[in-house]
Design a protein. Structure first.
Lengths: 705, 70
């Protein structure tokens, strides 16, 4: 134990060799468990999306490890130690956007068969919008991975000695050194696992985490002397579920509401490809809705207790026994410190293994998702551009893509490690994460939201939001005084100005640009039309593009006074809007069909490829046989089809009838011509391979649409 | 006794401003037809969505009262 320059007490070499043995065994067991499910990856679709097959409960529990890992034990225990029960508030403020998600974004991403968020931008707007969205999203995802690595590093550092000796020389153990070693272990696992492995590993870890978190709380309460003693030791302010409205700047309600409740919640539900891919791995939209609702209603409040309780217990111990937990203990180390105090050797190792493994799950999920973005939005478009990709995809192409995904995972892991450098100087992981969310989510959040709900939102508006909105955000980074009209009375911290409330400023400026450009669409069309008629039109547009680049550079490098930068950005907004209208061929009717909340049914129809059959039929159980037919169809008896209220050409979901498997052995196919053998379905070899059905085991069949 | 800034103001702001976002979402999904109240399954989801809002508001209210008076 030592007291550093910042007067915080830090810890090293916590734990015993028994704990390390338990941790190593736990990690090996988890990796073996995950690698077993690697056999279910037959294509990039399986590698990234798990083949759209799982039951809601399986996904809901697997999300726990992702949610708990990313909103980690380390940062919430830190805030629990500093501020009490209000550490829970970010887990209990996600419901406001659930109507938009359940009936807007979720059906759209599933029915349009979009594999990544940037792909949505191409379909809804233009390839240039996709290009900019890819850049922003990659920044977001790599930053998120960086936060995950930083948290992992901070979690293991207290368990490690300050230095070790190798061949006679003393090597200090640094945060970055620990992060690099963790990244190597993480990278190995994800590279060989894929989405199905991640889902099942997370499922197991979800249960273990909940158990470990509540077990720790129980041990902590027992250590203190019972719940009454614990409750009475805490000051009243510490028991409040919501933080003080606007004080202190490092943790206040209103800033965190805009940073986490608005930008963070939308970012997590709408932009976090890791989470979205989980919902897309459910067998249907309705199952995805169940998984999301169950997770937010029940699992998140439980997770809030699981991740924050070490901080609350630490606070109570610091009041009753300041010699055991000093009140100035480093907040980011409090979880490890409390776990070590209240748990016996071995149990402490188990808790630490559960924590670090969950964090690794989060990072794994994010790396997998970022690799998906790379394949869909960089690799494939580039191959198409250089005409190396065939129209018809072969198994060789798929194998090549799988390899590219694996290499991409390795590169992304490295970038994630480098991203740690940007965040490691924040006082706590919580503030680093808050700053990250406030800064990177608003442009994409605004673009996705308006694209989804506002039919008039145009390519010119979305590109202006990405360019001019980001420029105004950069102004806020250089000169935080522009954020002060939005600060709700929060004091500006000189070192980390407006870490949270800048989310409101950033969202406002992006929204203002988006609305302004959308409402002036006719004017832009008029100007673009004049340019097209002009003999010098193309030269003028190139000159205007050059002017926009110069303005953006002036803002980026903070060369001119703020007032002039704002005026120049407004000029740039107009220029970007007009040149986008000039270059982008956009037919509103065509581009919004099935891509906004106003045409969800159309999206569903496009997904099916024929007219919808919304009659609700029965789910039936039946035997199966393989018949060698090439068409992707399954053939049921007439009477079974009648029970399912299905017609030839409708979509059907077939899965192993054992519910415990949660849809692991399942396949989507199409109703073919019926026969007369009731209780029997004929499937082809491809369906058997995809579904991995077991001979002699019944299948359940459900008409999808 | 904690101040209003530390107790009920955050609650009012959370469910007031958050409630506006929530209401906007409800209006948009109903008006656009994304949620079809003729379908039994959609009617169920509509009830779940409304329930969730009050469930969290009640949870926070109980926790604030417990912190102050218990």
């Amino acid at each position: 134990m030592e007291t550093g320059g910042n007067l915080q007490t830090t810890f090293h070499s916590i734990g015993s060799s028994t704990d390390w043995i338990v941790m190593v065994i736990y990690f090996i067991a988890i990796m073996l468990f995950g690698s077993y499910f690697g056999k279910y990856n037959r294509s990039t679709k399986d590698f990234f999306f798990g083949g759209r097959r799982f039951a809601w409960w399986l996904i809901a529990f697997s999300i726990v490890a992702t949610g708990v890992g990313s909103h980690s034990f380390v940062k919430y225990s830190a805030k629990g130690f500093e501020h009490g029960f209000s550490s829970t508030m970010t887990y209990i403020n996600d419901w406001f956007f659930i109507p938009f998600f359940l009936f807007g974004w979720l059906p759209i991403i599933v029915y349009t068969k979009i594999r990544s968020i940037p792909e949505y931008f191409e379909k809804r707007f233009s390839p240039s919008a996709r290009f900019l969205a890819t850049i922003l999203l990659l920044f977001y995802m790599v930053g998120y991975i960086g936060i995950g690595f930083l948290t992992l590093g901070k979690a293991v550092i207290p368990m490690l000695p300050e230095s070790f000796t190798l061949f006679g020389s003393t090597i200090p153990i640094t945060l970055m050194g620990a992060v690099v070693v963790i990244a190597i272990i993480t990278g190995i696992y994800i590279t060989f696992g894929g989405q199905t492995a991640v889902i099942f590993t997370d499922l197991l870890q979800g249960f273990i985490l909940l158990f470990a978190g509540f077990f720790l709380f129980f041990l902590g309460i027992s250590y203190i002397g019972g719940f009454d003693v614990f409750w009475n030791l805490l000051p009243t302010e510490w028991k409040m579920p919501l933080a003080h409205f606007n004080d202190p700047s490092s943790f206040n309600f209103v800033g965190i509401f805009w940073q986490d409740g608005v930008a963070g919640s939308i970012g997590f539900l709408f932009m976090n490809m890791g989470l979205i891919m989980r919902f897309m791995a459910t067998k249907s939209v309705n199952e995805g809705r169940k998984a999301a609702a169950f997770n937010i209603l029940f699992m998140l409040p439980l997770s809030a207790i699981v991740v924050g309780n070490a901080g609350w217990v630490g606070k109570a111990i610091s009041v009753s026994s300041p010699d055991v937990v000093p009140p100035n203990a480093s907040p980011d180390q409090i979880f490890v410190v409390v776990a070590n105090i209240v748990a016996t050797p071995g149990v402490f190792g188990f808790i630490m293994a559960a924590l670090t493994a969950a964090l690794m799950s989060t990072v794994d999920t994010l790396i997998n998702a970022t690799a998906a973005i790379y394949i869909n939005d960089v690799y494939r478009p580039l191959r198409k551009f250089f005409k190396r990709s065939n129209e018809v995809k072969t198994s060789k192409d798929d194998k090549r893509e799988l390899n590219a995904a694996r290499y991409a995972s390795a590169v992304i892991t490295t970038l994630g490690v480098l991203a740690v450098l940007a965040f490691k100087n924040f006082p706590t992981v919580y503030e680093a994460h808050g700053y990250f969310h406030s800064t990177l989510t608003p442009p994409l959040v605004v673009a996705i939201f308006l694209g989804l709900f506002w039919k008039k939102f145009s390519p010119a508006a979305v590109i202006s939001t990405f360019v001019a909105g980001v420029a105004l955000m950069i102004v806020g980074l250089h000169d935080p005084t522009v954020i002060s009209p939005f600060d709700h009375g929060i004091e500006m911290n000189e070192n980390h100005p407006y870490s949270y409330i800048r989310a409101l400023y950033n969202t406002f400026v992006c929204l203002a640009i988006a609305v302004l450009v959308t409402l002036t669409t006719n004017k832009q069309k008029e100007l673009a039309s004049r340019l097209r008629k002009s003999t010098n039109g193309i030269r003028i547009t190139y000159a205007l593009t050059g002017a926009s680049i110069v303005i953006f550079a002036l803002v980026l490098f903070d060369i001119t006074p703020v007032e002039l930068q704002i005026v120049l950005i407004l000029v740039m907004t107009g220029i970007v809007a007009v040149i986008t209208t000039y270059f982008v061929k956009y037919d509103q009717e065509k581009h919004i069909e099935g891509l906004t909340v106003w045409s969800v049914n159309k999206a569903k129809e496009m997904f099916k490829g024929s007219k919808l059959n919304d009659e609700e039929g029965e789910v039936i159980k039946l035997n199966w046989k393989v018949k060698d037919h090439k068409e992707d169809t399954a053939h049921f008896s007439k009477s079974d089809m009648k029970r399912m209220k299905a017609n030839v050409g409708d979509l059907v979901y077939l899965c192993d009838a054992r519910k415990i498997l949660g849809g692991l052995k399942s396949v989507h196919t199409v109703f073919g011509e019926p026969h007369d053998e009731t209780g029997l379905v004929y499937i082809n070899n491809e369906s058997l391979l995809n579904g991995q059905f077991v001979e002699g085991k019944l299948l359940s069949a459900e008409k999808e649409m | 006794m904690p101040s209003f800034f530390n107790s009920w103001l955050p609650f009012i702001y959370l469910y007031g401003v958050g409630g506006l976002f929530f209401l906007l979402g409800i209006i948009l999904i109903r008006k656009s037809g994304a949620i079809d109240m003729k379908k039994k399954r959609h009617r169920y989801w509509y009830k779940v969505i409304i329930f969730g809002f009050f469930y969290f508001a009640l949870l926070h209210a109980i926790l604030i009262i417990a912190a102050i008076y218990w």
